[in-house]
Design a protein around this ligand. Structure first.
Ligand code: LCV
Length: 259
């Protein structure tokens, strides 16, 4: 069974995650397939790209494949991590990327949807930011994406509680553009894509790149960055980080000790 399904029609690309048995966990092979398809659509100068899962999934994506996270001594979300790579591909894709969401969106998959340009969610969709649940020291640009998606209080609530946020609340908070009934999901996405296709692709591409450039323009000095990296290293070398991953893999509740 192919890891993704992809299609291209009238300038509109669609990438469908097709690993329902693994809850579309963002494994290296799945991300590689997504990025390969997106590179092809970039070549074809797609005017819009829809990122989705198969119809009727309960889980849009379970986030980073936990089995691929290093147990310690290595940054779990370094520059070349597949999750980091697919987020950058979405952010730099020269046309609007629209996340078409049904089911649960977990951890790094939340960042994938938040890195998209628009999100249309089905009423039962949920969004959960989960680093703290696993003991993971999320990476800085990833946190910037969360900060761009919601207010100061909301990103903190989502990150510190790791509780799923409902689609209705996400819409009220401006985290998603539209929440619709399942039967209307495709037509709402088609409507948005239709508006995009009526407009000038070069103008849209340069505006998207300006948004990205300005959003990422933060004066963080080398000293500040090194300090943060040192703090993160202490966490991914901690007993708690190992406990978080091990507990997940052993299907038990983790016991965090703060060491
Ligand atoms: C690998 C999985 C996963 C998975 N990886 O089905 O943001 S960060 O920092 O946390 C970042 C590092 C990140 O994204 O981490 C991953 C964050 N994701 C989560 O916390 C979600 C973890 N998954 C769950 O909470 C449950 O699986 C949900 C609620 C998504 C679905 O629950 P359900 O009862 O329907 P199971 O839990 O039984 O999962 C079915 C199979 O998928 C595996 C899981 O281990 C199980 O495998 P087996 O069939 O081999 O037992 N699985 C689920 N999520 N992220 N594997």
């Amino acid at each position: 069974m192919s890891l993704i399904l992809s299609s291209y029609e009238n300038g509109v690309a669609t990438v469908t995650m097709n690993q329902p048995r693994k809850l579309n966990a963002l494994s290296e092979p799945l991300i590689h397939a997504m990025m390969e398809a997106m590179a092809g659509f970039r070549e074809r100068k797609a005017r819009a790209l829809v990122l989705r899962a198969m119809d009727g999934v309960k889980v849009w994506s379970a986030g980073h494949d936990v089995k691929e996270l290093p147990l310690s001594r290595r940054d779990p979300l370094g520059w070349d991590d597949p999750l980091r790579m697919v987020v950058r591909e979405i952010e730099t894709f020269p046309a609007p990327v629209i996340a078409m969401v049904e089911g649960g969106v977990w951890g790094g998959a939340c960042e994938v949807t938040f890195a998209c340009d628009m999100v249309v969610a089905e009423r039962d969709a949920t969004f959960a930011v989960t680093p703290a649940k696993l003991g993971v020291p999320y990476n800085t640009t990833g946190l910037l994406n969360f900060m761009h998606a919601a207010s100061r209080m909301i990103v903190r609530e989502m990150a510190f509680t790791a509780q799923p946020v409902s689609a209705a609340r996400a819409e009220m908070l401006g985290i998603v553009n539209y929440v619709v009934e399942k039967a209307d999901l495709q037509s709402k996405v088609d409507e948005l894509v239709g508006h995009v296709l009526n407009n000038a692709p070069l103008s849209i591409a340069v505006i998207k790149e300006q948004f990205r450039t300005m959003e990422s323009a933060h004066s963080i000095t080398p000293r500040m960055f090194e300090r943060i990296q040192g703090m993160r290293r202490e966490v991914y070398d901690s007993d708690d980080y190992r406990e978080g991953l091990t507990a997940f893999l052993e299907k038990r509740k983790p016991t965090f000790t703060g060491t």
